[in-house]
Design a protein around this ligand. Structure first.
Ligand code: ZN
Length: 240
C-alpha cells in the first residue's frame, strides 16, 4: 500500500502538480494542512487536493486564518498580507472545503495533525526536546505532522538528542513510536528548494522521503502578478 503524505502546500500549484506527477499512482493521500497562505494559487491547490484518492486532510494555521477563524496579528506582517489576499481570493467552494477540515485525524496506528498532537494547529515541533514531550499527547504508535516545513524523524526511544536531523536516510522501516514530518511541498525551509513529500506504507511500516525539482520561476511570476510579498517568492530559490 502506498500512501502519499504531503504538507504545507501554501498555494504553490507548480510544486503541488510536480509532486503529484512524481508520486504517480497512490492508494491514498494524507495532507497535513496549510494548503493556502504565502502563494498565489489557493483555489487551484484546493481543487487539486480535494479530488485526490482516499484523501485525509487536516486544517493548518494558514487555512484557519484565511477563514477568519484566528487573529491575523499572530502572524508576521508579510504572512498576514498574504492571508488578507487569500481571504479575498478564496471562492465559496474553497472556503467550504477548508471549513470542513478537522484539526486531527486518527487513521489506524497514525495520528495526523498540522502543528503538534498537543496543539494541533499552532505548536512547532522543531527539535528533539520538543518532540520528546509530544509523545504523551497521542495514543497511536505514530504521529505525522507538518508546520515547520522541515522533514523530521523523531523516535521516542532514541537516546540521541539530535535524532534525526539532518535526515540521513531516504527510506526507513519505522519501528517503535515515532513522530514524522514529510517537509513542505510549496515552501521548504531546510535550505533545499526542492518540493518535499513522503510515502508511507502501513503494511510494511516504511517511510520514504522524496524531493523533486519544480518550476520555481513560474510561481514567482504569479506571486509578482498577484502583488503578494516578494520575499515569499525569493525564499523559494533558497528553500528557506
Ligand atoms: Zn505552513
Amino acid at each position: 500500500m502506498r500512501i502519499l503524505v504531503i504538507s504545507d502546500i501554501h498555494s504553490n500549484l507548480s510544486a503541488l502538480e510536480t509532486v503529484l506527477f512524481a508520486a504517480g499512482k497512490v492508494d491514498a493521500v494524507w495532507c497535513l494542512g496549510d494548503i493556502v497562505g504565502y502563494g498565489p494559487d489557493p483555489n487551484e491547490c484546493i481543487k487539486l487536493v480535494r479530488d485526490l484518492p482516499n484523501l485525509e486532510c487536516i486544517k493548518g494555521n494558514h487555512d484557519s486564518a484565511a477563514l477568519g477563524e484566528v487573529d491575523q496579528q499572530t502572524f508576521n506582517h508579510e504572512a498576514s498580507l498574504a492571508i488578507s489576499w487569500t481571504k479575498h481570493a478564496l471562492t465559496a467552494a474553497s472556503k467550504e472545503f477548508l471549513l470542513s477540515l478537522p484539526e486531527q485525524i486518527v487513521k489506524g496506528e497514525v495520528t495526523l495533525v498540522h502543528g503538534s498532537p498537543r496543539n494541533p494547529v499552532w505548536d512547532y515541533v522543531m527539535d528533539y526536546m520538543t518532540a520528546i514531550r509530544m509523545f504523551q499527547f497521542f495514543d497511536t504508535r505514530l504521529c505525522m505532522l507538518g508546520h515547520t516545513h522541515v522533514p523530521a524523524y523523531w523516535e521516542e526511544a532514541s537516546t540521541d538528542s539530535s535524532a534525526v536531523i539532518p535526515l540521513d536516510f531516504q527510506k526507513k522501516t519505522v519501528s517503535g513510536r515515532v513522530i514524522l514530518n514529510p517537509g513542505s511541498v510549496g515552501q521548504p525551509r531546510d535550505r533545499d528548494p526542492r518540493a518535499s513529500f513522503a510515502f508511507f506504507d502501513p503494511n510494511n511500516s516504511t517511510w520514504e522521503l522524496q524531493r523533486v525539482e519544480y518550476d520555481i520561476s513560474s510561481v514567482q511570476e504569479r506571486i509578482k502578478k498577484a502583488g503578494l510579498p516578494w520575499r515569499h517568492a525569493l525564499r523559494l530559490n533558497d528553500g528557506w
